[in-house]
Structures are given as structure tokens and as C-alpha cells.
Design a binder for this molecule. Structure first.
Ligand SMILES: *Cc1c(COP(=O)(O)O)cnc(C)c1O
Length: 354
């Protein structure tokens, strides 16, 4: 147990606040140590970057153009800006990171592109909702719908399976929409579905995937991956203009080589998913209400406010995501079964106080 930065309340070493609260996994640290030797050319002209780009191509088993950026917001906003003109619109789920967690970055970098949030069960966008939104207006007074943004795994811890993606891919084709995938937790979806990443990418005719590493054992650096290579033309200028071209690119690139080796990215994700499943089962064993199907590395549960306070007293951190009692328990790659048991014990105790 440590203290928080203000030193006035206890905070556990590992917690459920976010998978970006965890550190880097040992393999990534080791490769960064290696990449730290000697000099290397700047701005991505180094061997680490070339190898990491190639590593991602092998990992996904598809021809693609790869660009490293510092974070997911930049990856999303800059890639969406390449899919759309300023008078276009992007359809996404109303809980999508691009809609509620990026301070309007997609609209800003798109120069006015409108993000249109849609409802959908369990955090997923449906082909029907897309059809309806596209067909609602086709006149010049409303921005032209040009792109769909899917989050895989979703913000509510669910995933799109191959059927969901195929249906969305069909709609996209029918209406000539481009498809963007926010893959901050793409690894968790691949690990859960146990399909080749390529299949998920092709099922929805993905034009661009923002592939996250930060929440899966890396310190910093996500990848923008264009399968539609025409869209990648001049992307490097956009990245530079946005201040996202790292001069010491090797530090953003090298972690990917460790994550690609022996499918560490999937092993980390699989572990995080299994901890979430374990947590879900523990909590359900004493009738805690689980709000959405557990399909990735988070569990959403209903915890009364008093019990939340009692948990915080014991150093547990988590976000209240929905209303006042819908809590998100996010599981990082480094959580252990003991972390689950301890949390469950404390929650059970806290609920008895109610
Ligand atoms: C974390 C996250 C991102 C990336 O956020 P940054 O903080 O900008 O790295 C993007 N999409 C989703 C769904 C996320 O959870």
C-alpha cells in the first residue's frame, strides 16, 4: 500500500482505475534498454522503427502503412481527418472515445467534420443504426456521412464478433463509407475471439486501425495502420503538423517488437481478459449486478455509493462510469488473482455495511 500524491489516502499498488495505470511489462522494458544503446537516426529513419513497422505487418498479416504516434487520441483524430473532408460526418457509438473522451479532437483535426453519436446495445454500433443514420438525410444542408468509427473492444467492455463486423462492413460498402477502428484494446478483442486479427480487419473492410499498445504493457506510443494505402499518402505531414512526429522514434517503436515477439501482445491481453472473467465470477457469487457481458478486460458493476466509499477507504480505485453506481473495473495486464480475491473480499464486506 502506498499513499496517493497528496499523501492523505491509501492507494493500492495495483488497481482497477484504468489499464493505463499499469506500467510497462518486463519484455518491453528489456527492449527499451536495448534500444537505448548508442545513437540512432531521428524521426523514424532508424532500424528500430523499420523493424517495428514490419513487425506490425507480420502481426496483422496484411499489407499496410504504419505510423507511430504518442497516443490514442492523436491516432484517432489524425486518421479520421484523413478519411473525411470538413463537410463530412463520422458515425460512432454515443459512448465512443472519439465522441466523449477526446475534447473534440476529431472535429478539430477534421476542420469541422461532425461526429454523430448513435445509440446501440452494450456499447456496440449496429448495422441498422448506421443504415438509419445514413438514410435520414441526403441533402446539402446536413454534413455528408462519410465514415464509421468502431471501437474494438468497446468502451463498455464488449466486442464486435465476425458477424457484427460483416454486417457493418456491408453497410459501409453499400453507402461508400470508410471504416475506422479505434483499437486501443484491439488485442483484448483478438485474444477473446481467438481469430486471426486479419479476419476482424477484413470483415468490416477496415480502412484504418488505431492499434493501441499503451494499455497492454507499453509505456507510450500507439500505431496508425492504414490498409487503404491511398489514404496514407501525406499522412506523415499531418502527423508532423500535429506535433506527433517523435524525434526519438525508436522509443515509440521498440516496444512493438517486444509485443510482437511470441505474441506477447495477445498473452498480455489474454491474461487481462481472464482476470476480468475471474473478477466477474467472484462478484456474481455474492449477487453483485454485472451490467454488460464481460468480453474484454473490464467488468461493469453496480456498487451503491456507500460501498464505493468504503472501497476507496481501503485504497481501491475505479471509475464511476454510468450514473452514480455503474462502476468500471478495468483489468490491466499485470493484475493477479490475489488482487481479485482481495477486492472481492473488501466489496463483500462493504456491501454488508449497507
Ligand atoms: C485509452 C483509449 C484511447 C486512447 O487514449 P489516449 O489517452 O489518447 O492514449 C482511445 N480509445 C479508447 C477506447 C481508449 O480507451
Amino acid at each position: 500500500m502506498t499513499r496517493d500524491i497528496f499523501g492523505d489516502s491509501p492507494v493500492r499498488e495495483r488497481n482497477y482505475a484504468s489499464d493505463n495505470n499499469s506500467g510497462s511489462c518486463p519484455e518491453v522494458v528489456a527492449i527499451l534498454e536495448e534500444a537505448n544503446q548508442g545513437h540512432a537516426p531521428g524521426y523514424g529513419d532508424d532500424l528500430w522503427t523499420k523493424r517495428a513497422e514490419e513487425g506490425i505487418r507480420e502481426l496483422l498479416d496484411l499489407e499496410c502503412e504504419v505510423f507511430f504516434v504518442f497516443n490514442g487520441t492523436a491516432a484517432n483524430a489524425l486518421s479520421l481527418a484523413t478519411l473525411c473532408q470538413s463537410y463530412h460526418a463520422i458515425l460512432c457509438h454515443r459512448m465512443a472515445h472519439v465522441e466523449i473522451d477526446e475534447c473534440g479532437a476529431p472535429e478539430f483535426f477534421g476542420g469541422g467534420t461532425k461526429v454523430i453519436p448513435l445509440s446501440g446495445e452494450d456499447g456496440r454500433l449496429s448495422a441498422e443504426a448506421i443504415e438509419e443514420a445514413v438514410l435520414r438525410r441526403d441533402d446539402v444542408h446536413f454534413p455528408k456521412v462519410k465514415a464509421i468509427s468502431l471501437t474494438q473492444a468497446t468502451e463498455l467492455g464488449t466486442i464486435y464478433d465476425l458477424n457484427d463486423l460483416a454486417a457493418i462492413g456491408e453497410s459501409a460498402k453499400r453507402h461508400e463509407l470508410r471504416v475506422h477502428v479505434d483499437g486501443a484494446r484491439f488485442a483484448n478483442a483478438v485474444a477473446e475471439l481467438e481469430v486471426a486479427p486479419k479476419e476482424l480487419i477484413l470483415a468490416s473492410s477496415t480502412d484504418v486501425l488505431c492499434l493501441g499498445a499503451t494499455k497492454n504493457g507499453s509505456p507510450v506510443g500507439d500505431a496508425v495502420v492504414f490498409f487503404n494505402r491511398e489514404l496514407a499518402v501525406e499522412f506523415e505531414y499531418r502527423r508532423k503538423q500535429a506535433g506527433q512526429l517523435a524525434s526519438k522514434m525508436r522509443y515509440l517503436a521498440a516496444p512493438w517488437l517486444a509485443l510482437a515477439e511470441n505474441d506477447l501482445w495477445l498473452r498480455n491481453a489474454r491474461h487481462a481478459n481472464s482476470i476480468a472473467e475471474c473478477l466477474k465470477q467472484e462478484l456474481e457469487s455474492f449477487q453483485v449486478k454485472v451490467l454488460f457481458p464481460r468480453q474484454a478486460n473490464s467488468v461493469f458493476v453496480d456498487i451503491p455509493e456507500k460501498a464505493q466509499a468504503a472501497l476507496r477507504e481501503k485504497g481501491w480505485l475505479f471509475y464511476v462510469f454510468l450514473g452514480k453506481t455503474g462502476c468500471r473495473l478495468m483489468c490491466s495486464w499485470d493484475l493477479t488473482e490475489e488482487d481479485v480475491t482481495e477486492f472481492a473480499t473488501d466489496l463483500r464486506e462493504a456491501l454488508e455495511l449497507e
